[in-house]
Ligand binder design. Sequence first.
Ligand code: AMP
Length: 457
Amino acid sequence: MNIYNTMTQEKEPFKARHPVRVKLFVCGPTVYDDAHIGHARTYISFDMVKRYLEYKGYSVFYLQNITDIDDKIIVRAEELGVDPEKLARKFEKRYQEDMEKLGVSGVNFHARATEHLDKIITQIQTLLDKGFAYETQKGVYFDESQFPEYGKLSRRKLEDLNVHRIQQDEHKKNPGDFALWKKRDHKPLWDSPWGPGRPGWHIEDTAITEEYFGPQYDIHGGGLDLIFPHHEAEIAQMESASGKSPMVNFWMHTGFLNVSGEKMSKSLGNFITIRDLLENYPGEVFRFFVLSTHYRSPIDFSLKALEQSTKSLERIKTMVVKLQKLSLKAPLEGPDDVMFQDILNEYQEEFFQHMDNDFNTPQALAAVFNLIRQLNKSLENKNPSQKTLNKILRFFNDFAEIMGFQFKQIFTTPVTNPDDLLEIILDIREKLRQKKEWELSDEIRSRLNNLDIEIQD
Ligand code: AMP
């Protein structure tokens, strides 16, 4: 499987740091308002990435931060005359509800910035101790001149990096130095060795990833807009603090969701909230719309495209229902099986080749539609057996699982007898015992035990 790595600007064979475990971190939302469909584009894409990695056999831990300390939250709370923490909690909850409706279920843990202040302060202190940061009257800053590789992700040179979005401080050493700690005198405030204030935006993420993943991990994701300065700053902080490089093996970035060629964003005021969208369209239609474009390409939002997605999704569901109905009355075996198997094999293979090619979902979807076309044609005068139909249905089941479509209510493939599965597990455990692999065989026993299945040797 190949994944495009923003750092090398090439597709590279994916290799996890651990044989079967993948650590995935994606920048979460700043919770000061309802999330819009641009956010949804990014989070649906990474949900698909996680689902596919799991399909490939990896156990993926997907971590996401929640930016609940930010000037935007404070400004909004002041405007509304409410407590910033309450405001953040409210929009965090609404974000989670939106994600659920979109079928985005992959995040294993949401880490709030406000619950990681200790770790943030420790990391800033490490950067100060190692000479990568300095203190002024207004805050603590990362000294970009101490990290010559600054700019390696966005391929910008140090001299081009002078513009930084943080407030001006005439005592900064270099114009591009970014804040690790902002000294403040109005609430909300947190104590620190440098006085009360708030952490900078970038340090939140590296403190959280270090806490749960350590200084190095597999995949870091986010939208294209985060490459600079956010991700660049993350690299500078973490690699300087730990002395280890690379912080991340694969950098993945999603393209923008645009309206009439312009990025959808709160600042441009051209946004549609996920909630508004879901009043008129089911979450999975929007999912289909997102996945019908490659995650790195820009995607243009239009109602016409959503109508098209509704129809396309319906075509897949119609085929699934048709196969299921046929399977109920089909013979157990039949003369046309080889032909149907060949059709399935061809397009199934194509589907997975495209998914292995940097999660090329539009091409993978095209393979599914070609499969549907061929099946419709062949079913006009040929009859597959129940066995073959179930195989085809199983592929559609896997497809739904990977893409996150909710087909489950529409069809069920025959459930494998659990006793047969158990027999396979016990056979493998027996072989492990013969090889004296006690640790693994004990793990199997204890995990089965957790399911109330007791093995007596
Ligand atoms: P924010 O809350 O603006 O920090 O954004 C959270 C995530 O959503 C980041 O990964 C952004 O890059 C992503 N994002 C924001 N707007 C868009 C958009 N119009 N299209 C795609 N991704 C977006």
